[in-house]
Design a protein around this ligand. Structure first.
Ligand code: ADP
Ligand code: MG
Length: 552
């Protein structure tokens, strides 16, 4: 039976092997990196993402862009994952991570061309990454939680080039104050970000944003006769509605005389009164209800001088429970004084024409809220995402107490040290370490490119400063000069940089080690898919749409 092909795969499965598989994967990964590259740094541009519903997001956050892009190629997805992990772990450096991963693969491609086996490249990359982290650690400087100025610089660096640019001074201060107020100092410092809420309110200016020592609920009290302000609030958090339950079975009540109708209504009224009475006797003077509050019940509550809001979001109810120390009450019959939460003040205030409820002086002082203002929804959203980055990096900096300078300075320094390290290695891994060091320079190079500077000149100048021992020399993208980033207050948490190295290396190595792609067809392909290219595979899968690198 010689010469007879043997089929081990289902008909329609597609298999790509060897070089083809590698170059296919590398190309896709590079395309992803290329897509976010122009957004890197203070002078990076934004992307406008329009989803299938026509909703618009304007962002330059790598993780957000890649998430919204709906990428399908399996290797490209792995780079998206790098960015996502970066976002989850440190909240910043998402663009850098994808860009470095893409560059590592680009350099690997050159080595593969020179007949260097991917496993050698992989092991060289691993060595290089280990060394890079070591160098980064040696570059790190300490930061204390009490050093507000330095923490503000970290927040500012994270917000640079984002939507919040114009008011980053104010917002950085707010971010630092918010994070420092929720730090848990028992033992190792930790930050529970759930304690910081961000409430967005369109209208006004970004500068009107403020930090509130408590919670804000975007609702007004249900009845104007209720007090606008309750001091020493005892708060009932209700999961259930304050209304009469609908009859469960279809019941028919036949009323034959006006008297009967009146007595029926009286009875209903009495029942509702009884329910409200339970709330009153628990000692509560504030009610936050997740469901509805019937008109008549509103009236009784108002009469009892109780402040009530209804249809509070579930997530807000949970936060309120944490902040005030109250319990979520599902069954009104079981409400007790111990279930109530506490706050020094519950107050309705006007914010940009709308009334909101402020809950301050909470039992748990760790609950704080940032009230974000801005001209339009898109402005508020983009400020929110910049602020999110700032909150995360400040948190990371407080937890780790370690910083490095930014503006490409650590990358150039690490690249230089890696070149020296490569010289000590024997064999072909040396080439891989060298390639790795060159790949890291993609960060300063891109920062320069995006700022309209000459990347070659800038890189030469950076290298020469670092060779002279200026470890913190980085790119002043505004002046087009190489300066000491430390003096420019461009600083970032160490963890942002080590995570970029680790995540980018891992994924590059994983992609490099693949030399065989076996893709099965989807179960029961539709008629339009029959005969065509199997989805998710082939030269250019649907998600990438044949888009050449550099199209975005
Ligand atoms: P990422 O998603 O990777 O954080 P960014 O667009 O936030 O991408 O850009 C981060 C890069 O910009 C970092 O290398 C950082 O050091 C650099 N950077 C931030 N602020 C400045 C600045 N004022 N001058 C020079 N470089 C800066
Ligand atoms: Mg950033």
């Amino acid at each position: 039976m010689a010469g007879q092909p043997i089929f081990i795969l289902k008909e329609g499965s597609k298999r790509t092997r060897g070089r083809d598989a590698q170059s296919n994967n590398i190309m896709a990964a590079k395309a992803v990196a290329e897509a976010v590259r122009t957004t890197l740094g203070p002078k990076g541009m934004d992307k406008m993402l329009v989803d299938s519903m026509g909703d618009v997001v304007i962002t330059n956050d790598g993780a957000t862009i890649l998430k919204e892009m709906d990428i399908e190629h399996p290797a490209a997805k792995m780079v998206v994952e790098v960015s996502k992990t970066q976002d989850e772990q440190v909240g910043d450096g998402t663009t850098s991570a994808a860009v470095v991963a893409g560059e590592l693969l680009k350099k690997a491609e050159d080595l593969i061309e020179q007949e260097i086996h991917p496993t050698i490249i992989a092991s060289g990359y691993r060595l290089a990454a280990e060394k890079a982290v070591e160098v980064l650690n040696s570059l790190a400087m300490n930061v204390e939680m009490s050093n507000r100025e330095l923490l503000v610089s970290i927040a500012e660096t994270a917000m640079t080039g984002k939507g919040a640019e114009a008011s980053k001074k104010l917002l950085s201060g707010i971010a630092v104050d918010a994070v420092t107020s929720v730090v848990d100092t028992n033992g190792k410092k930790t930050i529970d970000k759930d304690n910081i809420s961000v409430v967005k309110k369109v209208g006004g200016r970004i500068e009107d944003s403020e930090l509130i020592p408590g919670m804000i609920i975007d609702k007004e009290r249900v009845h104007t006769n209720m007090p606008e302000k309750v001091k020493d609030a005892k708060i009932a958090l209700l999961n259930s509605a304050i209304e009469l339950k609908d009859t469960e079975v279809d019941a028919e009540i036949s009323i034959t005389s006006p008297d009967q109708l009146q007595s029926f209504l009286d009875q209903e009224e009495a029942m509702l009164k009884k329910i409200v009475q339970k709330v009153i006797s628990s000692g509560a003077n504030v009610v936050f209800c997740q469901k509805g509050v019937e008109d008549l019940a509103q009236h009784y509550l108002a009469k009892a001088g109780i402040f009530a809001i209804r249809r509070v979001k579930k997530s807000d109810m949970e936060k309120l429970a944490r902040a005030t120390g109250g319990k979520l009450i599902t069954n009104l019959d079981e409400i007790t004084p111990e279930d109530l939460g506490f706050a020094k003040l519950v107050e309705e205030k006007k914010v940009g024409g709308d009334s909101m409820t402020f809950v301050t002086g909470c039992d748990n002082p760790k609950a704080v809220t940032i009230l974000l203002r801005g001209g339009t929804e898109h402005v508020v959203d983009s400020v929110d995402s910049a602020l999110e980055d700032a909150l995360r990096v400040v948190g990371v900096a407080i937890e780790d107490e370690k910083l490095v300078s930014g503006g490409g300075s650590p990358e150039v320094e690490v690249a230089l040290r890696l070149q020296e390290y490569a010289a000590t290695l024997e064999g072909r891994e040396q080439l891989a370490v060298k390639a790795y060091s060159e790949a890291l320079e993609v960060i300063p190079r891109t920062l320069a490119e995006n700022a309209g500077l000459d990347p070659i000149d800038m890189l030469m100048e950076l290298r020469s400063q670092h060779e002279k021992g200026m470890k913190t020399a980085g790119l002043d993208v505004y002046e087009g000069k190489v300066v000491d980033m430390w003096n420019n207050f461009v600083v970032e948490p160490l963890r942002v940089k080590t995570q970029v190295i680790n995540a980018a290396t891992e994924s590059a190595v994983m992609i490099l080690r693949i030399d065989d792609i076996i893709a099965s067809t989807r179960a029961a392909p539709g008629p339009e898919e029959m005969g065509g290219m199997p989805p998710g595979m082939g030269g250019m899968p649907p998600g990438m749409g044949g888009m050449p690198p550099g199209m975005m």
